[in-house]
Design a protein around this ligand. Sequence first.
Ligand SMILES: *[C@@H]1O[C@H](CO)[C@@H](O)[C@H](O)[C@H]1NC(C)=O
Ligand SMILES: *[C@@H]1O[C@H](CO)[C@@H](O)[C@H](O)[C@H]1NC(C)=O
Ligand SMILES: *[C@@H]1O[C@H](CO)[C@@H](O)[C@H](O)[C@H]1NC(C)=O
Ligand SMILES: *[C@@H]1O[C@H](CO)[C@@H](O)[C@H](O)[C@H]1NC(C)=O
Ligand SMILES: [Zn+2]
Length: 492
Amino acid sequence: MLGRYRRGPCCAPVLLWVLLLPLAAPHRLSHHERRDRHVQDRPKLLLVSFDGFRWDYVDRVPTPNFHSIMDEGVYVEYVENAYITKTFPNHYSLVTGLYAESHGVVANEMYDLAWNRSFSMDTDSVYEPRWWDGAVPLWVTVQKAGGRSAAAMWPGSDVKIHGMYPTRYLRYNASMSFETRVERIVEWFSAPGGEAVDFGVLYWEEPDESGHSLGPQSPLMDVVIAGIDEKLGFLMNEMKKAGLYEKVNLIVTSDHGMAQLSADNIIELDEYVSRDLYTWVDKSPVVGILPKEGKLDEVYNDLADANPNMVAYRKDNIPEHLHYQHNSRIMPILLEAKEGWTIVQNRTRSFMLGNHGYDNTLRSMQPVFVARGPAFRQNYVKTSMRSVDLYPLMCHILSLRALPNNGSLSDVQDLLSPEMVSTVPVPPHSPVPPQQAAGYSYAPVVGSFLGVVMVLCFLVVYIILVTFKQRPSLKRRSWEMSQPLLQEDLHL
Ligand SMILES: *[C@@H]1O[C@H](CO)[C@@H](O)[C@H](O)[C@H]1NC(C)=O
Ligand SMILES: *[C@@H]1O[C@H](CO)[C@@H](O)[C@H](O)[C@H]1NC(C)=O
Ligand SMILES: *[C@@H]1O[C@H](CO)[C@@H](O)[C@H](O)[C@H]1NC(C)=O
Ligand SMILES: *[C@@H]1O[C@H](CO)[C@@H](O)[C@H](O)[C@H]1NC(C)=O
Ligand SMILES: [Zn+2]
């Protein structure tokens, strides 16, 4: 366990300490104190997403809490998120560092051609692990390395992915208030007795919902944005009250932005192609079209030049830079509306004033990003990053080996405090050999093994000495020190 946290105490000094402790031991720590102390030394990280919080909302109305994080930490002005700019794909990209085509959660509504199953974020299909198992979210990696994680409603965090739930989590319940979610997360970060979590994810549905219904240009959005800033203030305050604010690294970001729609900018597919020829899988503004057997060419030809405000791609022609092609859940035809346009079959569908999903290079699609804490620089503004870069950054902060991903630590390491940067491995992102793809290097394993062997040898010698000298034995202490930290799964 010790060795797996690369930035944690390295094997040799720890081993020396373990060896010398029974001899010296000037004051005795209780079992819990010792475990607490160990857990407290480990790096901590809380990742927060306010769904649909567009990058420029922080400058639209006073947002003192966002700005205090910027002053105390870092702010990234331009965050390129993952295509398609929808909620489920982007939340999974944030915790895996993978584009949607590689993590497999390619949309909020999906159909898997190979598997013949459908996914909708509004149904229990969300709980089928197979939709998520194409990638390993960070909380699973934390736990496999012996750490503990907590989740409050982050998409996918209540699904048994690779056989594991977060150590502590809440089953999705849209009626649970933000404040309750915060209270649970704070409680889990401050748990005593070695049960405190190392990594947490926290999700809130706003300002996305209001953005959809009001449209981002509505003056009523000002109130909504100010309300989010107050919620952030509540979180910061609860962290301060629990003594977590200076210890836990806090990242506040979002999955996407929001574009203003108009009732004049509607594309009606029924005008161009018969509904009998295809199944409509994912919805506006990037629509997945599954043509009926043998109808691919006909449907494509009907849609190709149908409307100047919509582009139709055959799957093999989807532009490379979107990284949205190589997955059996991406449909044979993809329609993409121009910014602000809506694709419907006919106008009877209910209409929204705001939406997202468009090209991820559009400014309106981009999320906010601020962060603070012991791992981050102070009062630093960075021009741009990709949201997939966050994953290797978080792994570095948590001293974990990142799984293969599409991000780059070297592109974002300037966000880190000088002390953290000096621990960035050189070269910063050398490719991980395939045999190490499980997320751990061999060195800690070898180190742990040698450590255990040495401790055992020491104990044998020590027990002999103690028995010989007829002194009370202290061996229990050193046994405890060589045990792995808690590994039990406590589900709620
Ligand atoms: C796909 O599943 C449906 C039932 O959900 C079934 O009716 C259909 O025949 C299946 N299609 C294929 C190609 O297996
Ligand atoms: C969802 O949360 C609300 C508010 O906390 C609570 O009253 C309700 O019982 C919860 N529903 C479920 C199914 O747990
Ligand atoms: C629009 O589609 C619905 C089915 O979704 C249908 O009932 C309705 O008649 C259609 N309206 C027009 C004007 O075609
Ligand atoms: C993204 O990363 C995955 C895992 O390493 C890899 O298979 C995929 O090819 C990468 N995608 C791109 C566009 O580099
Ligand atoms: Zn969203």
